[in-house]
Design a protein around this ligand. Sequence first.
Ligand SMILES: *Cc1c(COP(=O)(O)O)cnc(C)c1O
Length: 373
Amino acid sequence: MSSGLTKLINNAVPGVAKLHPYLPGKPVDELARELGLDPKDIVKLASNENPLGPSKAVLTAIEAELSELTRYPDGNGFELKSALSEHFALTAEQITLGNGSNDVLDLIARTFLQSGTNAVFSQYAFAVYPISTQAVGADLNIVPARDYAHNLDAMAAAINAQTRVVFLANPNNPTGTMFDVAEFKSFMSKVPEDVVVVLDEAYSEYVSDENYPDGIELLPLYPNLIVTRTFSKAYGLASLRVGWAASAPEIADLLNRVRQPFNVDSLALAAAKAALQDEEYLAASKELNSKGMAQIIQALEARGLGYIPSKGNFITVDFARETSEINQSFLKQGVILRPVANYGMPNHLRVSIGTQEENQRFIDVLNEMELDG
Ligand SMILES: *Cc1c(COP(=O)(O)O)cnc(C)c1O
């Protein structure tokens, strides 16, 4: 490297060189190329995607939009915001649309964090929180988990004068753990009003627990709360990249200033609106998930394997030993799971809930596997 380039690299925002890039689940086509397999014989249970495939209403909405591809999308997302505000009893001024909710998380970091400040989040929390925080040169204030779950008391205690943002994932990924409404309210009562609390509810649609704190319902109580939701999981639009935040209008106004003007494309806007209105699809997603969760848990218990009880559309399995070889064996059999060693969980693998047949493929490979010694 030339000395100029070395200097240039060293001038990067502090924290960027140290951040660990996001490790996505292995794509089906990549494994097919590597092992010479037919993509149709591969089952991907690695990215918490919706196994139902896209809803018909979504495909129709996209088709209707195709003739307008030469135009820029509506940078304000008027129609999607109207649909969201009606559906969730919000005003459009409370909404920030993102290119996936990851984009919204990034907007929050860019709006409130900088060098000399920190973001609080839990050990084993979603990998995007450290990335977005370090990318703007802010410090990570990571709080040890309790039984793989957020320790909210410890998180409140970790907030200091430099803290600007707290990231909470409920349910959390990759652990599937949930905190309840009483725990959340107790936590909020300890957070200074000038610290932003981000409640990441990417999996909220799957939760049936009556004590689940619905962030959107709780928004009126907490002016410093930002709730993020996504169309990537239960709504089945992971590829199109649509997520959103609900917050006080004053916060949304800031986020919308930082946002790229056309961060959600027109196909995604149309698809998300259609997905929001397709209640049958959402209900089918939830039902498939709860049946699949029961199917996989039964198999894990039969095999004597531990797991972290999950409220999401995935379950993280404890193999009680380092899992690289186990993961490789699954890959060789055409089953893609998600290693979580990068989260500090080398003995676990995360399994997304698939269709009944996909789950059975996982179970069959698991049951043929030697796990002793
Ligand atoms: C999947 C996921 C998201 C959603 O990401 P998108 O960018 O909306 O696809 C957000 N938070 C958590 C914890 C997730 O697991």
